[in-house]
Design a protein around this ligand. Structure first.
Ligand SMILES: *[C@@H]1O[C@H](CO)[C@@H](O)[C@H](O)[C@H]1NC(C)=O
Ligand SMILES: *[C@@H]1O[C@H](CO)[C@@H](O)[C@H](O)[C@H]1NC(C)=O
Length: 258
């Protein structure tokens, strides 16, 4: 079996110190009705773990108004973590529609740094009910905001699935992402699932012979929930041209649904 997690022993992740800023809102003015939103970043995992906590646990009922659907429009079942298969509960925080209008930063060795917009949709896949391997459905598309005519143009899209596996021997939970990308790549990425964070390492890659993008050798992808409304994504890679690990993209999305 391939070594799935070589980074745990490498110095590489020392650079990836992530500072999450959690803003606590105190209800200083009791007359203002609470907004229909969550006020704790753990709501999705709590509710996915036991949805009756919405009624029975004060911490959950008071901080997870939106996820508990105590207010607002009913949530589309594809995004309703109450319906998430138990196996996926530790990654319930990913579920949602995430978007950065123009906050993405991309770095290539051959062209100047540029900014882009991106939307990511992570939903409960149709197979969730019956499959032995329930899945989250992943789609992402990015657009260039620097076009001369001011019209955003799609520059990249990818679609795939996210799954979880529990390794009884190592007592660890692993997460996988497989994608098909618009540049002619297909990837198998795997990593460890931690609280509100996943780090994927590229395991396999397929690439059509006439893709314009240079072949990728090593790739890391890291998603971190910063607070109940923001998700950070970073992608690092070496290609046959760059030959050293460099940050390729970095973006912080806002949750736009639910
Ligand atoms: C969920 O929580 C309730 C109490 O709020 C408890 O009775 C029930 O057993 C829990 N269910 C699971 C699956 O842990
Ligand atoms: C995944 O999402 C796409 C786009 O929303 C949808 O067309 C497709 O049916 C979904 N597939 C599964 C297995 O859920």
């Amino acid at each position: 079996m391939i070594n799935r997690f070589p980074w745990s022993s490498s110095v590489y992740f020392c650079h990836l110190l992530i500072i999450s800023i959690v803003i606590f809102h105190t209800s200083s003015d009791a007359k203002i009705a609470p907004k229909c939103r969550d006020t704790d970043m753990n709501c999705a995992v709590w509710v996915a773990s036991n949805s009756s906590d919405c009624e029975n646990v004060e911490l959950v009922s008071s901080h997870c108004l939106r996820t508990c659907q105590s207010c607002g429009e009913p949530i589309d079942p594809k995004y309703d973590v109450k319906l998430l298969p138990p196996k996926l509960k530790s990654i319930a925080w990913m579920v949602g529609r995430w978007r950065s209008e123009f906050g993405g930063k991309a770095f290539f060795p051959t062209i100047p740094k540029f900014t882009y917009g991106e939307q990511v949709d992570i939903t409960i896949a149709d197979n969730a009910e019956d499959a032995r391997t329930p899945l989250l459905n992943y789609t992402a598309f990015a657009w260039d905001i620097n076009m001369p005519d001011g019209d955003p143009t799609e520059i990249h899209s990818e679609n795939g699935y996210i799954a979880i596996d529990y390794d009884k021997e190592q007592e660890k939970e692993y997460v996988s992402l497989n994608t098909a990308m618009s540049n002619g790549f297909m990837t198998i990425e795997e990593g460890e699932s931690g609280p509100n964070q996943v780090k994927f390492r590229l395991q396999r890659i397929g690439r059509i012979s006439f893709s314009h993008d240079s072949a990728v050798r090593i790739m890391f992808r890291e998603w971190t929930l910063l607070d109940e409304n923001r998700l950070e994504a970073r992608l690092l890679m070496t290609t046959t041209i760059t030959r050293r690990l460099m940050e390729h993209t970095a973006v912080i999305y806002k949750k736009i649904y639910p």
